[in-house]
Write a protein that binds this ligand. Structure first.
Ligand code: ATP
Length: 219
């Protein structure tokens, strides 16, 4: 338990950052299961403008944001947040969580990560400061197991949901989620090959995705 962060109970706000190139049902199910399991008041979906540590996205940030908005439309618990698009330069998560902290002082923040992303956490820019601002919820993902420095961090910081509400930041909960072997990489590959992505992405995204990702200049 992380005693130094004890504070009064506050509602939890989920943060799901990603490249969302494009958003798919794995992302939506991750947000839904985290919301339900942790009692999150809302989940902010935050597309990265210029993500570090990976090739730049196939689609422009604004288009990825519009696809996120279309995918979550009608779900009152999900909100698209464009703060990384409004900021110049590389989209570092530490800057984003500090900005969200300023916007939502009455909440404790929970950064939701798949296990693959969590495994890379200790390579992130100023990663060691992140846990001063947020809790982490780390979800199972097919093909990923927690290893190395991330495994040590998980065992050092593991807390339960009640502790998460009582402490302002610094804890990690493991989330056993329905395993959906869906990735944006595989969705893009199918679109490029002219194959169907039905039932991998929301139905209302099918036509826009074919239009955006089969454009040869974007491949
Ligand atoms: P890419 O294939 O382009 O790397 P991706 O499918 O991993 O993309 P991202 O936008 O990079 O999607 O992921 C955002 C967050 O969602 C990350 O924390 C990632 O681990 C998590 N995530 C994505 N897909 C799944 C899934 N199917 N199950 C669990 N977590 C997922």
């Amino acid at each position: 338990m992380v005693e130094s962060h004890r504070t009064e109970p506050k509602p939890l706000l989920g943060i799901l950052g990603g490249t969302f190139d494009p958003i798919h049902l794995g992302h939506l199910r991750l947000a839904e299961e985290a919301r339900e399991a942790l009692g999150l008041e809302r989940v902010l979906f935050i597309p990265a403008a210029a993500p570090p540590h990976r090739p730049q996205p196939a689609l422009p940030a604004l288009v990825r944001l519009e696809l996120v908005q279309a995918a979550i439309g009608g779900n009152p618990y999900f909100v698209a947040d464009q703060r990384e698009l409004d900021r110049a330069g590389t989209s570092y998560t530490i800057d984003t969580v500090q900005s969200i902290h300023a916007s939502f002082p009455a909440h404790h923040l929970v950064l939701i990560l798949g296990m693959d992303a969590f495994n890379g956490l200790t390579q992130w820019h100023r990663w060691d400061e992140l846990l001063d601002w947020v809790h982490l919820a780390v979800a199972t993902r097919p093909g990923a197991t927690v290893a190395g420095a991330a495994a040590q961090l998980l065992s050092d910081r593991q807390i339960n949901i009640t502790q998460m509400q009582q402490q302002s930041a610094g804890g990690i909960v493991s989330l056993e989620m329905t395993r959906l072997d869906i990735s944006a990489t595989a969705v893009r590959a199918k679109l490029h090959a002219g194959h169907s992505v039905r039932y991998l992405v929301p139905e209302n995204l099918l036509n826009p995705l074919v239009a955006h990702y089969s454009d040869p200049i974007r491949r």
